[in-house]
Design a protein around this ligand. Structure first.
Ligand code: BG6
Length: 464
């Protein structure tokens, strides 16, 4: 019988800036997320006293985490992905000492998880960095930021080494190509060469964090995190097929550096062909040799690639410039739903890296309707997750080593792209809306019991 391993991590995934709120509490500094109230693709808006953004309170996880974790435990989670807000630990990034109140908050959070036997999977940087590092240093464009990040990483490894064994470096590290401010703290109109230089610094920082984790948390494991942007050729024309190979390498390059420890030849050629003279020192090359223990990624959709420029012009610009696949349905937000693509992606990553894989984000963002009796019948979400998990199980049958599955947004949270609350992912509903109204009360959706059953049966209840 097809089955998930007994050691499988089942749970959910969140990010500090999308759930915590308390954006200036207990000494936290402003982050790039705090100055992007309209989401990861939105403009920077300098904060003025008294203004408010949805993420300032988000779902108030900072104060409500014990109740939320109890609900996750009720679903049977044995893993929860959270991120640490760098600005709670080093409010300006270059502070002489870490902020004790920030460190204490995550101590309490990890202790609460431990009470419920939930293993933390912790992202060091999920779509945010100290805003002061952007203003005063130019973000990741400045080599000095590598040192600030390494110090932050070493600080949290030391502090939480007894509590956290699973770590991730940068969330969707390949997103910097599409959202430079969110990814590397660079303005949206930066040149490609500037963005790649900043990305290089971040890749070095990621490798230094891997090395530090291996030294400080020897029994721990640290992975990278990719936006798994699998692309298909729109046709079997050789030009389309080759362009698809190149598009896929656009994101695989990050995994190649992080898992194999060096820049691949195709990327060096790309830099040469485009006249990018990146500063890559011998010390950088040495640092990059510290490779990740496992590969983690998000998966929401696939897209198509064509070499036909006229068709490309019509491509929808949602996150990646994908040409729609005529064979797939889309979500309310235009994200094309492709469960089999997950099996393909798992196989591609396994064949390429031969390292354990972890699906750390997958889920359906949808509008939910609260019925008169308070129930929420989110069958669409159940069907999306069921079909993706069935394909994950198929990939395991194919021989893929899969560590776990943390569904994105197990509780409704502020979405990343446009900072909306109406785009809901949760098994748990949060009464808060795009206009900032709502009581913040939590309630269970139909999918809550469904996921609970999936976990309790280790996937046997899934409908193939
Ligand atoms: C990933 C991010 O891009 O996808 C998350 O790591 C994000 O932060 C998720 O929330 C879903 O995207 P969105 O825009 O629907 O929130």
């Amino acid at each position: 019988m097809k089955a998930f391993p007994q050691t499988f991590y089942w749970g959910g995934a969140t990010a500090a800036n999308q759930v915590e709120g308390a954006f200036l509490e207990d000494g936290k500094g402003l982050s790039t997320s705090d100055v992007q109230p309209h989401g990861v693709f939105g403009d920077v808006v300098e904060r003025v006293p008294g203004d408010t953004g949805l993420k300032d309170i988000a779902i108030d996880f900072y104060h409500r985490y014990p109740d939320d974790i109890a609900l996750f435990a009720e679903m049977g989670f044995n893993c929860l992905r959270v991120s640490i807000a760098w600005t709670r630990i080093f409010p300006n990034g270059d502070d002489a000492e870490p902020n004790e109140a920030g460190l204490a908050f995550y101590d309490k959070l990890f202790d609460e998880m431990a009470k419920h036997h939930i293993t933390p999977l912790v992202t060091l940087s999920h779509y945010e960095m100290p805003w002061a590092l952007v203003k005063n240093y130019g973000g990741w464009g400045n080599r000095k930021v590598i040192g600030f990040f390494e110090r932050y990483a070493r600080t949290v490894f030391e502090r939480y080494k007894g509590k956290v064994k699973l770590w991730l470096t940068f969330n969707e590290i390949n997103m910097s190509l599409h959202a430079p401010m969110t990814g590397v703290g660079l303005p949206g109109d930066s040149s490609k060469a500037e963005v790649y230089q900043a990305i290089h610094h971040q890749l070095v920082a990621s490798a230094l964090a891997v090395k530090a984790c291996h030294e400080i948390v020897p029994e721990g494991k640290i992975g990278n995190m990719l936006l798994g942007g699998l692309m298909y050729p729109l046709s079997c024309k050789p030009d389309d097929v080759f362009k698809t190979l190149q598009e896929n390498r656009g994101w695989q390059f990050f995994g190649d550096v992080q898992a194999r420890g060096a820049y691949p030849g195709y990327m060096l050629r790309y830099f040469r062909d485009n006249g990018f003279a990146l500063e890559i020192t011998d010390a950088d090359r040495e640092a990059l040799k510290s490779t990740v223990d496992f590969i983690s990624f998000s998966y929401y959709m696939t897209g198509c690639v064509t070499a036909d420029e006229a068709l490309n012009q019509k491509a929808r610009g949602n996150i990646l410039n994908m040409v729609p696949n005529p064979h797939l349905e889309s979500s309310e937000w235009g994200w094309q739903i492709d469960p089999l693509g997950l099996r393909t992606l798992l196989n591609v990553l396994w064949d390429r890296y031969q390292k354990p894989l972890f699906i750390v984000e997958n889920g359906l963002g949808a509008k939910d309707k609260v019925e008169a009796d308070g129930s929420i019948n989110d069958d669409y979400r159940i069907s999306y997750l069921n079909d993706h998990l069935v394909q994950a199980r198929e990939a395991i049958e194919d021989g893929v080593e899969l560590m776990g599955f943390t569904s994105w947004g197990p509780i409704d949270l502020v979405s990343a792209s446009k900072a909306e609350l109406s785009k809901r992912y949760g098994f748990i509903y949060v009464d808060r809306h795009d206009d900032g109204t709502g009581t913040l009360a939590r309630s269970k959706k139909k999918s809550f019991d469904w996921y609970k059953e999936v976990i309790a049966t280790n996937g046997a209840s899934l409908k193939a």
